[in-house]
Design a protein around this ligand. Structure first.
Ligand code: HEM
Length: 552
């Protein structure tokens, strides 16, 4: 139908009193249909629509685009359907959620165009659902605010701070191993243990909390985070929940409000406790930076501004962990930093810092349970490092020797990236390299790490769990943007080094305490990607206590 035909129809309706002699209900209905038809006509003739017409997409419906494909599906089903379409349509695909354009990228060259520079640093519209939680925290803020926060926060993850965390990582890793010993011999969901312990570790390190909350508060917080992610993910992918005017009347909003109460209650207490007990004179560490040691630590085939901070930061400095540094900055009139900035960053990092590593450690334990040959090599490496003192505490120097364990972690993050998807809003039109496509300014570009990491042209036998994919010689031949579990470029993960160190200490402790078994295979995994990648059917393993000769 042309615009003219629609106009004539409307004029005709006006002449006849707007009702064609029919009831007001039918008149209303016809009017609505006409408006909808006009909208669809305008939409299909828009610059945006025409520019991406040649990018493949699943079948669409008028007005809805592809939004109907997610209707009635669980989060796990949405992921399976999305991956199915990507398999069918190739490395670049588009979808319309109503009038919101999403372009999905899996080609490392395209991804580099979006992530590497400073042009498309803005987070996509889909991140706005985090706003009541993270405020203007690092993960979702933009522009000057983000730049300023990144500059202030990145140094609180300096190598010398991380080194000082190792004894705390060890203490919690031993504690969780002790708790898990009660499960020995039976199958259980190891994620429950990993999520509680990763919350406790964050509280005791980055947040500087001396006395952990009573009872099971860390677990309650971790569960509330999982449920809140479910709420946010539903808002991102289901058209009706995206509309605030509809969402506020739904049961999902009631659930979201309940979870936010638990989450914000916990973080408010953390900040209060630290402020009450913070003593600037005795907090922090002073250390002379050892350049050679720092250079030697860049072993993961990943490089970003965190490495530059470490390498260029020469001389003796007093360094504070995250929350202490923020409390001190808020007191300094020369630094732009206030109470809200503290809360926003605590909320952001409490989430980013625990849920990602609890998924990462849980997947790694499942992988070792399934691939016994890999577990045997990990254990042999531990034996070579710890000799006849397998139960002694792990040190920072030990972690530097754990080259094979590092490869196991990286391979786990390749196949099961805890953050499987990220999204950016394009700041200007971008010509892609994967085809004759130009994506217009304002588009949400969805980077699918999960799919990039499984490309057969980059990883031969891509679904095989093979830690040797991360041997230096294999990594040297790969595109830098073909392995991006921590994202890459200026907005990459600020906690990458923290995460890698913590995972090494935690997994080393568990592997030295237990033989890990699994009754499942990877084919049984039911992946669910509500913000953080998880297993809908649980991270099921069983543990067998290792026995060492007791000292005489
Ligand atoms: C295996 C563990 C982890 C993985 C896979 C991971 C992954 C990521 C990814 C993919 C991003 C980019 C997100 C986006 O662009 O939407 C990111 C950002 C971020 N991560 Fe992590 N992360 C991990 C652990 C951590 C830890 C331990 C912390 C802090 C203690 C942390 C703090 C952050 C922060 C603050 C950002 C936002 C950075 C910015 O925008 O400047 N992450 N992470």
């Amino acid at each position: 139908m042309s615009v003219e035909t629609v106009q004539e129809t409307l004029q005709q309706a006006a002449k006849t009193g707007g009702g064609f002699g029919l009831s007001p209900l039918i008149t209303g209905l016809v009017g609505t249909l006409i408006v909808m038809a006009l909208y669809e006509y305008w939409h299909r003739n828009s610059r945006k629509y025409r520019m991406v017409a040649n990018i493949p997409s699943p079948p669409s419906l008028p007005l809805l685009g592809q939004a109907h494909l997610a209707a009635g599906l669980s989060n796990a089903e949405i992921l399976a359907v999305g991956l199915g379409y990507l398999n069918k349509y190739g490395e670049t695909m588009k979808a319309w959620l109503g009038n919101v354009l999403l372009v999905f990228l899996t080609n490392p060259n395209d991804i580099e165009l979006i992530l590497s520079g400073h042009q498309h640093l803005g987070k996509a519209e889909e991140y706005r659902y985090f706003k009541p939680w993270f405020g203007d925290g690092l993960l979702i803020s933009n522009g000057h605010h983000w730049r300023h926060h990144r500059k202030m926060i990145a140094p609180t993850f300096h190598q010398s701070i991380l080194k000082s965390f190792v004894p705390t990582f060890v203490e919690h890793s031993k504690a969780v191993s002790g708790r898990m010993a009660k499960e020995a011999g039976k199958a259980f969901d190891v994620h429950d243990y990993m999520s509680q312990t990763t919350v406790d570790i964050l509280l005791s390190t980055a947040m500087g909390v001396k006395k952990l909350p009573e009872g099971n508060k860390s677990f309650e917080y971790a569960q509330a985070v999982v449920d809140m992610c479910d709420v946010i993910h539903k808002r991102q992918v289901k058209l009706l929940y995206r509309l605030d005017s509809i969402y506020k009347f739904t049961k999902l909003r009631e659930k979201g409000d309940r979870m936010m109460n638990i989450i914000l209650g916990m973080t408010r207490n953390v900040v209060k406790e630290r402020k009450d007990n913070f003593q600037p004179e005795t907090s922090g560490i002073v250390e002379e930076t050892d350049q050679a040691a720092i250079k030697a630590q860049v072993t993961e085939g990943l490089r970003d501004d965190l490495d530059d901070i470490d390498e260029n930061d020469v001389g003796a400095k007093r360094r504070l962990a995250l929350l202490d540094a923020m409390v001190e900055m808020a007191k300094n009139p020369d630094i732009e930093w206030n109470e809200k900035d503290i809360m926003d960053e605590v909320n952001t990092i409490m989430f980013e810092g625990h849920d990602t590593t609890s998924a990462g450690s849980s997947f790694a334990l499942c992988m070792m349970g399934i691939h016994k040959d890999v577990q045997a090599r990990v254990f042999a490496e531990q034996k070579a490092i710890f000799g006849d003192q397998m139960q002694r505490d792990c040190t920072f120097a030990d972690t530097m020797e754990m080259k094979y364990l590092e490869r196991v972690i990286l391979e786990t993050l390749r196949l099961y990236p805890p953050v499987p998807v990220i999204a950016r809003r394009l700041d200007h039109d971008v010509k892609l390299t994967s085809g004759p496509y130009t994506v217009p300014k304002g588009t949400t570009c969805v980077v699918l790490q999960y799919c990039v990491h499984r490309r057969a042209d980059i990883y031969p036998n891509p679904t095989k769990f093979d830690p040797d994919n991360f041997l230096p010689e294999r990594m040297a031949n790969r595109h830098y943007y073909s392995f991006i579990p921590f994202s890459a470029g200026p907005r990459s993960c600020v906690g990458r080094k923290y995460a890698m160190l913590k995972l090494k200490v935690l997994l080393s402790t568990v592997v030295r305490n237990f033989i890990i078994h699994s009754t499942e295979t990877e084919a049984d995994f039911k992946l669910q990607a509500d913000i953080i990648l998880k297993l809908e059917n649980g991270f099921n393993v069983s543990l067998e206590q290792r026995k060492y000769p007791t000292a005489a």
